[in-house]
Design a protein around this ligand. Structure first.
Ligand SMILES: Cc1ncc(COP(=O)(O)O)c(C=O)c1O
Length: 370
């Protein structure tokens, strides 16, 4: 422990819990539409607590099958245009249950190089052979698929990737990846954690926006970002969900999410699909455009990284912004690759245009554009 602590201090990658809970202006959370603070979302949680108490009391198969779960699972499946969906206690737990249920030591998981830790952890737990691809280079994926099929013609192949990257903020070239997956009879687990609520006609995600939903075997999402609650889910065919109910260990062997979390997410999902949700997305897009016009970037989503290169600069910048009342986290290895430390600006429909210009003027002062 001590040597690792020293190494972290030397590389400026030591983390600690924040000791302030002050009223800073936050650009650090993933509440992209501000729904965690919506009065009707809070009300839905309160009503559920009143009816059922604060916790689920047991793992899903042992706890009462609260109506909140069923209602939300049906709504998520409809939103994602799949037959069924299944809730997990956290988004993190979904791939840890799903990937080992779909792939084993005879198979291959081809995972995007900078995919989220939970996708890597799920792949490792599966004992499948892991191969890495670069999401910005379809030729790279093509070659890996070709080699994998050659070396292991009978094995299953599961491609695992995010649709909107959690740290780089860019969108996946999904159409090319889906075409390749089909060429090699592979399956795709698409993590739409950050795209849910944001892209697609009713915030359904990138797969729906591009008309590819029916061609993605497993769509994964979280209730903890645009849906303003906490928990995770996967949406897939009835056959896949039935399999997961029986085999996904993080579903089977952990306490289920509280019914109030499901109730809050259900109300948030209704808002996301309504005219109000559309207006929130328009507001978010306007904030993103204000940020673009100030920082010369063009990333379409709410995640806007500001490169700092070295860890110390990122930490210093985050501190100086905090002194000005702005909370923008420094993101360092191992969350991102060595040499790519950054500030991760997370924009929300909650922000006013003045909030965005205030942030941009502080960034100009501290990190002027070249
Ligand atoms: C891409 C991605 N997938 C999954 C998760 C895990 O979801 P949750 O926070 O709901 O556990 C995260 C969390 O940040 C994420 O960024």
């Amino acid at each position: 422990m001590r040597s690792r602590h020293s190494a972290r201090q030397a590389s400026k990658t030591e983390r600690s819990l924040r000791d302030d809970s002050s009223d800073t202006l936050s650009f650090s959370n993933n509440d992209y539409l501000g729904l965690s603070q919506h009065p009707e979302v809070k009300q839905a949680a309160w009503q559920s607590i009143h009816a059922h108490g604060t916790g689920s009391q047991a793992a899903r198969l042992l706890a009462p099958n609260y109506p909140e779960y069923q209602r939300l699972e049906e709504a998520l499946a409809a939103w994602k245009s799949t037959e069924r969906s299944l809730l997990f206690a956290a988004g993190y737990l979904a791939p840890l249950g799903v990937i080992p249920s779909l792939a084993s030591s005879r198979d291959t998981v081809i995972i995007e190089r900078n995919a989220h830790a939970c996708l890597f952890d799920g792949a490792k737990l599966s004992n499948a052979k892991i191969r890495i691809f670069n999401r910005r280079d379809s030729q790279d994926l093509f070659q890996i698929l070709q080699l994998t099929r050659k070396l292991n013609p009978q094995g299953k192949i599961l491609i695992v990737t995010e649709s909107l990257h959690s740290m780089d903020g860019d969108r996946l070239p999904l159409k090319e990846i889906v075409d390749l997956k089909e060429e090699f009879s592979a399956w795709l687990l698409l993590d739409e954690a950050h795209a849910g609520g944001i892209f697609g006609p009713q915030g359904n995600g990138l797969a729906t926006e591009l008309g590819l939903t029916a061609r993605v075997e497993v769509q994964m999402g979280t209730l903890g970002k645009a849906l303003g609650s906490s928990g995770g889910f996967v949406a897939a065919s009835g056959e896949i969900i039935r399999h997961l109910v029986n085999e996904a260990r993080t579903f089977l062997f952990g306490t289920a999410l509280a019914p109030a979390q499901a109730a809050a997410a259900f109300r948030a999902l209704q808002i996301i699909q309504s005219q109000e949700g559309e207006e929130l997305r328009i507001k978010l897009r306007a904030n993103i455009e204000t940020f673009h016009s100030n920082r010369e970037t063009s990333l379409a989503g709410p995640i806007q990284p500001v490169p700092c290169h070295d860890n110390q600069t990122a930490v210093d910048m985050a501190h100086r912004l905090l002194e000005q009342g702005l909370h923008v986290p420094a993101i360092r290895p191992p969350t991102v690759p060595e040499g790519t430390a950054r500030l991760r600006v997370s924009l929300s429909a909650r922000h006013s245009p003045q909030d965005i210009t205030r942030l941009c003027s502080s960034l100009h002062e501290l990190l002027p554009l070249p």
